[in-house]
Design a protein around this ligand. Sequence first.
Ligand code: EPU
Length: 351
Amino acid sequence: MPPDSWDSNISSMPIDTNYSLVALNTFGVRSTCAAYTSFANEDQLREGLEQAERPVFILGGGSNILLPDFLDNTVLHNRIMGIRILSTHPETVTVRAGGGVLWHDLVTWAVDQGLGGLENLALIPGTAGAAPIQNIGAYGVELTDRFVQLTAMNRASQAIRIFDHAECAFGYRDSFFKGEGRDQWVILDVDLRLSRNPELQLDYGAIRDVLRDRQVGQPGIRDVFDAVVAIRQSKLPDPAEIGNAGSFFKNPVIAELAFRNLKDRYPGLPGYPGEDGMVKVPAGWLIDQAGWKGVRRGDAGVHDRQALVLVNHGQATAQEIRGLAREIMADIHDRFGIDLEQEVNILGNLD
Ligand code: EPU
């Protein structure tokens, strides 16, 4: 379990200038910010917001960002820790996680407690506080499925507000905090409803295959967790070994007619039916089909097992990674008539 508000009694945090963020972004790009401090509680955050002399950038796990060489912002790093049980019911338990808690630590804690609902979301990098912003999801489960409410501080007024489920306006890798509420709020903590006897989600991807190979007859929460960890480890690069920010692009959603036309040309094209007759198409398949898997431009590259993930082989700069992304986007547009959208948050002016 992560430490419980380890430094919450310290009232004033030092501000560092020209601070290196290389260890604080999972892409591992070299980046320096104008000013940096962290906060472990509401008061420290308030102080950081008041003292900031530049536009504020809130840093979580640094797992969904591409940073420029120099970030002319005051970076406030969310280190609000702690996981606690708020209420228990015969079937469900509501838990509160501090915004700075590592997401995977929260999932592991839940599995250790025998609480289900998050096991499909194992090994997603990042923090609990960042999870609602893009409504993280994997293997048939999204944060929205377990979310109850969150507490956030307004950056301008420093007022505290609770956002319920509806107010967060969750969508596919999307929420109020990416749209209308962008850059206005800091998420302090997140409440989730977990289940003692969850309906396990086994239908997505290779989960059933892994359970069968492991001869698991009656899978429990931990079996699903272990299967997801194994699948992710086999396909997705570990940021500790090779810099990356997970999926670089969103899976595009196209009209059914466009899907059928493409399917005539590419019979192997997978598609997942969505709302209003739209079809979600895996960007990884398109990029793979176009021959980009494993391609390198200097130290910027496309992962060799999952084409949706761009990687930093060592010294790649944000410009190089962005350049490779642009090349891929132009090619996918030319070949398939589909405009890919970037999922990673690109900071600074790289265009
Ligand atoms: N595919 C290929 N080649 C590739 C990659 C994928 O042919 O290089 C095909 C697969 O064979 C499969 C389909 O594309 O038929 C979908 O692939 P996969 O199941 O790996 O999932 P994805 O759609 O590529 C999404 C999420 C991932 C999440 C997985 C599993 C997005 C943008 N990405 O990827 O999330 O782990 O599903 O649920 O929705 C992330 O957001 O950072 C992330 C890793």
